[in-house]
Design a protein around this ligand. Structure first.
Ligand SMILES: NC(=O)c1ccc[n+]([C@@H]2O[C@H](COP(=O)([O-])OP(=O)(O)OC[C@H]3O[C@@H](n4cnc5c(N)ncnc54)[C@H](O)[C@@H]3O)[C@@H](O)[C@H]2O)c1
Length: 276
């Protein structure tokens, strides 16, 4: 049966930033496929809340939770050894974690992230999670995949891994140019960088049974300011933002044998935004 190729029965799937908005959706995709999601997240509260949400939706399924900082290689190695002791194999890694400043919500302190005075500390912290964290997880968990001669890695990039942010959608009337918030430079650098990491690893491991791909999701509607939503959706041919569950099917496709001949690919799911 064709649909059997989407099954990932009994496979272990590490999801970094797994307790966040999309991390939970990736976990649902894994559970729908019959796999075991392993959520790594730095936030205790988010892990607790993800735990109760997933237990409510999938009461009979197995989900693992680890409070972990993906910028810390030693922590990752301990988790790998713990998982190998339990399951003997690590099958799938979804590099999803990121520092996500909610620029559209004009959260505190974002005035300081304009490029001209972008602080080194924020540059380093963002790169540490979004890019170095993905590199470390691929290195640490990829080792288990290499030993097992099979595995799948999915990097979560963004439509902003393909195009530049249109800073006009973040502008507020009556605010001086120098005080307008912008999407931080780190977001573009990280999301473009993840596509580079994808191509590098896809070719590096092509003969080792490990496939590496990326997806580029676009903005998920999640209670943002209506004025912002209006400006953003004007840039999207389909005229709307994504629903939170609209990436699940693509994720399951890309982590299962349904995509067995795909490696080094970048799949864009953006309502057409990057066509314009
Ligand atoms: N939500 C969107 O509209 C959207 C659109 C395109 C791409 N993306 C990408 O999807 C991914 C998930 O986005 P989201 O909206 O779910 O974000 P989110 O902020 O809800 O989730 C990110 C999670 O990463 C965790 N995290 C941060 N630093 C960590 C660290 N050092 N170690 C472990 N965990 C850490 C956070 O605690 C959080 O739970 C991100 O890479 C984001 O850039 C999101």
């Amino acid at each position: 049966m064709l649909l059997d190729k989407f099954k990932i029965s009994g496979k272990t799937c590490i999801i970094t930033g797994g307790a966040g908005l999309l991390g939970r959706q990736h976990a649902m995709a894994v559970l729908e496929g019959g796999g075991i999601p392993i959520l790594l997240d730095i936030s205790d509260n988010a892990l607790k809340s993800a735990g109760s949400q997933l237990a409510g939706l999938y009461p009979d399924s197995k989900v693992e939770f680890y409070k972990a900082d993906i910028t810390n290689e030693e922590e990752l190695i301990k988790i790998r050894e713990n998982l190998l002791g339990k399951y003997e194999h690590i099958d799938i890694l979804i590099n999803n974690a990121a520092n996500n400043p909610k620029v559209e919500a004009q959260s505190a302190n974002l005035g300081t992230i304009r490029f001209d005075n972008f602080p080194m500390k924020i540059w380093e912290d963002d790169i540490a999670v979004g890019l170095t964290g993905a590199f470390l997880c691929a290195k640490v968990f990829g080792k288990a995949m290499e030993d097992n001669e099979r595995g799948v890695i999915l990097n979560i990039s963004s439509d902003l891994g393909i195009i530049a942010p249109d800073q006009r959608i973040y502008r507020k009337d009556g605010v001086a140019d120098k005080d307008q918030t912008v999407k931080p430079v780190t977001y573009s650098v990280i999301k473009h960088g993840l596509i580079g990491l994808t191509r590098y690893l896809a070719t590096y491991w092509a003969d080792k049974g490990i496939r590496v791909n990326a997806i580029c999701p676009a903005g998920v509607e999640n209670g943002q300011d209506p004025e912002f939503v209006n400006k953003l959706t004007n840039l999207v041919p389909m005229g709307r933002m994504a629903n939170v569950d609209e990436y699940q099917c693509t994720v399951l496709y890309m982590i299962s044998d349904a995509s067995s001949y795909m490696t080094g690919s970048t799949v864009i799911i953006d309502g057409g935004r990057t066509c314009w």
